[in-house]
Design a binder for this molecule. Structure first.
Ligand SMILES: [Zn+2]
Length: 306
């Protein structure tokens, strides 16, 4: 505990228009200087919080828009170099820096049974949104086990393939690996690691073993008992795996059809896409566990219980 108390954890919170309604960045103390962890979405006015902020490094936990969107302004205003896992940066570039990404991801959702009305909306909103995500090109790469100013870098994939956290003296600055009230989204996406839920379950086991005292998360209150929260999330996904298996009949069903059975149809187009990605991560885990079979007919991917 002493070591945690010796370090200060300063929180910068930005409002978000949707989803969890806010995101936290953390300013943490290292041996020689201070580091900013995450940079918010970069909405108009957000960068005021970075003006005059004295930090020696910026660390990005993962490439989701609410964590990297403000990185360029944060780097400009503080003069600090940005650090990111190489895999995370490659995905950041692919999603926010490729002009044809909305079409590619829309095509992939179509192959998983998502109606064209929803994927067309994704193409329009994707092109409108991507330019507002001002990430930093060619950051300094960090890797699992590196030490940044006294903080150990942990690669904790699942919520995002290239998600990292910083660990020191029982404190984990954890991005979206653990959240206190909601279950972090674990979705399958195209051109990504094949088994994100398997990755995430291993990440949760690692947190249980590490048993940190507190996790300073990207949304909501800090997680006071991280290992206990990790156990709850393991149980949540085990239940969800059973529900996903039970939702499958004898006829092949697409990821979209299974997501409707699990989550219903009342969701917005954005929420529906998250629901499909989440359903697919569970279906793919079940394929690996041997409980579900995946088939491809033409370009349509479908799943059947075994
Ligand atoms: Zn987030």
């Amino acid at each position: 505990m002493a070591e945690i108390l010796e370090h200060t954890f300063e929180r910068i919170t930005f409002a978000l228009p949707s989803g969890p309604k806010h995101v936290h960045c953390w300013v943490i103390e290292g041996d020689r200087g201070r580091m900013l962890v995450d940079a918010g979405m970069g909405l108009p006015g957000d960068d005021e919080s970075f003006r005059g902020l004295e930090v020696d490094a910026i660390v990005l936990t993962h490439m989701h828009p609410d964590h990297v969107g403000g990185a360029q302004r944060a780097a400009e205003l503080t003069g600090a170099p940005v650090h990111q896992l190489e895999l995370d940066y490659r995905q950041c570039l692919r999603v926010w820096g490729s002009p044809d990404w909305p079409e590619r991801i829309a095509e992939w959702f179509l192959s998983n049974g998502v109606p064209r009305k929803i994927t067309d909306e994704l193409i329009v909103s994707g092109h409108a949104f991507a330019p507002s995500i001002r990430f930093v090109r060619d950051p300094q790469f960090v890797a699992e086990g590196n030490v940044l100013d006294g903080w150990e870098v942990l690669w904790l994939p699942g919520h995002a393939d290239g998600h990292i956290a910083l660990h020191r003296g029982g404190a984990l600055v954890s991005g979206d690996v653990l959240l206190s009230r909601i279950s972090p989204a674990v979705g399958l996406y195209p051109e990504s690691r094949p088994d994100p839920l398997g990755d995430y379950l291993r990440t949760l086991e690692r947190i249980i073993e590490l048993d940190p005292r507190i996790a300073y998360s990207g949304h909501g209150d800090p997680v006071e008992r991280p290992a206990e929260r990790a156990r709850e999330l393991v149980a949540h996904h085990r239940r969800r795996l059973e529900q996903t298996r039970d939702a499958l009949g004898r006829e092949p069903a697409t990821g979209y059809a299974v997501s409707i059975a699990l989550f219903g149809t009342w969701l917005s187009p954005t929420q529906q896409r998250f629901a499909v990605a989440e359903t697919l991560s569970h279906l793919e885990r079940l394929v690996i566990e041997g409980a579900v079979r995946r088939e491809k007919h033409g370009r349509t991917v479908s799943y059947t219980g075994t």
